[in-house]
Every structure is written in structure tokens, then in C-alpha cells.
Design a protein around this ligand. Structure first.
Ligand code: PEP
Length: 250
């Protein structure tokens, strides 16, 4: 049985005050929900204030990224120990925006994952194809390459995979349930070859324009174990609706 995860990726949004206001409105909405893991990834600057508010709640804190070195002359970077210190249980690693705008590669993603796991963090490892790659019929090849590269010499136990087709992120275009299920089943198949039956326990999240009005359909796909959500996670009401997706279908 894979416990679903609904995760918020706030990207470059929300000050400390805005984070506090969100949590004040959101937390009462989800009190007592224990059949879904609820994860929120604010910007680094709001982690400390968020951790105080989340203590003793059913909501878990994540960082949106983490560097692989522990310390040193790496201006602007944040180490796994630092985000752990702020109460993060998860780090999102390999998001397509990191790959697209900040030069992340499968190799650096792999290093970040190793460092995060080494410090007892769990990882939401993002993969996904561009529109051009999909239209060229290369989706599976790209996903397999990202899985192989990102997961080299890495045990699967504390990894959550997020399938995020780049063409669906922030565009309002969601993958059809057929496209999502096909990709998720393919990813699970690749993991099965790498890790054997442990693959059956790996949570694979879908990300890409998930909203309250499409979450039920997405979550009904047998290999979709949750959602990583950008835009629709920024409002407490909208994110609470996602957390309350229709359960009967799972
Ligand atoms: C994301 O950034 O991970 C994401 C899926 O964004 P959005 O929900 O806005 O498409």
C-alpha cells in the first residue's frame, strides 16, 4: 500500500508573513487527515518560520533544492545539514526549472540526492520530458536516462519520484490520465528492473498543472501516488481541496 503524497512547491513565492498567513488558514482545513502525506516546500527564507508552525501537525516541511557539499566557498548554496536543521524532512531535487535555468544535470542531481540521503533527508526526485522530446517520440528514453543518471548508486528506499512533463508545468495543460498512467507505469517498470519488487512501494507523483478540478482524475490512475503542485498550492483553499481529493478510487 503506497500512502499518497500531496506536495506543494511554492517556487519563488511567499515572504515569511505570507507563509504564516497561508499556514494559519490551511492547517485547520487539514487537521486530522492522516491517509495522505502533506508536504510543503516554501522558499528557503520561510523555512524557519514554517517549521515552528508545522511542529506537531500532520504537514511535513521540504526544501526546494539542496547543494551536495557540506560547507565551503559555495556562495548562495545551502547544505543538507542546514535544511535538516530547519526541520525539513524532504528535499525536492532535479526540478525541471533547476535543470532549465540553473544548469542542473543528471550528474549534479545524482550528487545532490546522495548528499541529501546521507543526511537522513528524503528526496522528491523530479524527472520529465520536454514537448519537443515527447513529439519526437523520445519520452521513455528521456525518462529512463534521467532515472539511470539521477539514481546511479542510490538506494530507492527514501526516494519519491515526481513525473513532471515540462510542457505541463505552469502551462495550464495537464497530461491526460492516459499519458500520466503510461509514463508512471513506465517509470515503475524501470525501477522494477533496477530495484526489483521494492519498486512496487515507491511513490510516483504527477506534477504539471494539477488543480482542484482535475486532481480526482489524475489520482485515480493506478500508478499515480500523489501530486507535486506549483500554482494551485499557493492558495490555502485550493491546496486543501487537492489534499482532499476523492479517496474512494484508490
Ligand atoms: C511544479 O512546479 O512542480 C509544478 C507542477 O507546477 P504547476 O503545478 O504550476 O504546473
Amino acid at each position: 500500500m503506497r500512502k499518497p503524497i500531496i506536495a506543494a512547491n511554492w517556487k519563488l513565492h511567499k515572504t515569511v508573513a505570507e507563509t504564516g498567513a497561508f499556514l494559519n488558514a490551511f492547517l485547520p482545513e487539514v487537521t486530522g487527515i492522516d491517509d495522505v502525506e502533506i508536504v510543503i516546500a516554501p522558499p528557503y527564507t520561510a523555512l524557519l518560520s514554517a517549521t515552528g508552525k508545522l511542529s506537531g501537525t500532520n504537514v511535513t516541511l521540504a526544501a526546494q533544492n539542496v547543494f551536495y557539499e557540506e560547507r565551503g566557498a559555495y556562495t548562495g548554496e545551502i547544505s543538507p545539514a542546514m535544511i535538516k536543521d530547519l526541520g525539513c524532512a524532504y528535499a525536492i531535487i532535479g526540478h525541471s526549472e533547476r535543470r532549465q535555468y540553473f544548469g542542473e544535470t543528471d550528474e549534479t542531481v545524482n550528487k545532490r540526492i546522495k548528499a541529501a540521503l546521507g543526511h537522513g533527508l528524503k528526496v522528491i526526485f523530479c524527472i520529465g520530458e520536454t514537448l519537443e522530446q515527447r513529439e519526437a517520440g523520445r519520452t521513455n528514453k528521456v525518462l529512463k536516462g534521467q532515472l539511470d543518471g539521477g539514481l546511479t548508486d542510490i538506494p530507492i528506499d527514501d526516494i519519491v519520484v515526481a513525473y513532471e512533463p515540462v510542457w505541463a508545468i505552469g502551462t495550464g495543460v495537464t497530461a491526460t490520465t492516459g499519458q500520466a498512467q503510461e509514463a508512471h507505469a513506465f517509470i515503475r517498470g524501470v525501477l522494477q528492473k533496477k530495484y526489483g519488487d521494492k519498486a512496487q512501494g515507491v511513490r510516483i507523483l504527477y506534477g504539471g498543472s494539477v488543480k482542484p478540478d482535475n486532481v480526482d482524475d489524475i489520482m485515480a490512475c493506478p500508478d499515480v501516488d500523489g501530486a507535486l503542485v506549483g500554482g494551485a498550492s499557493l492558495e490555502p483553499d485550493s491546496f486543501a481541496k487537492l489534499v482532499k481529493f476523492r479517496r474512494s478510487q484508490k
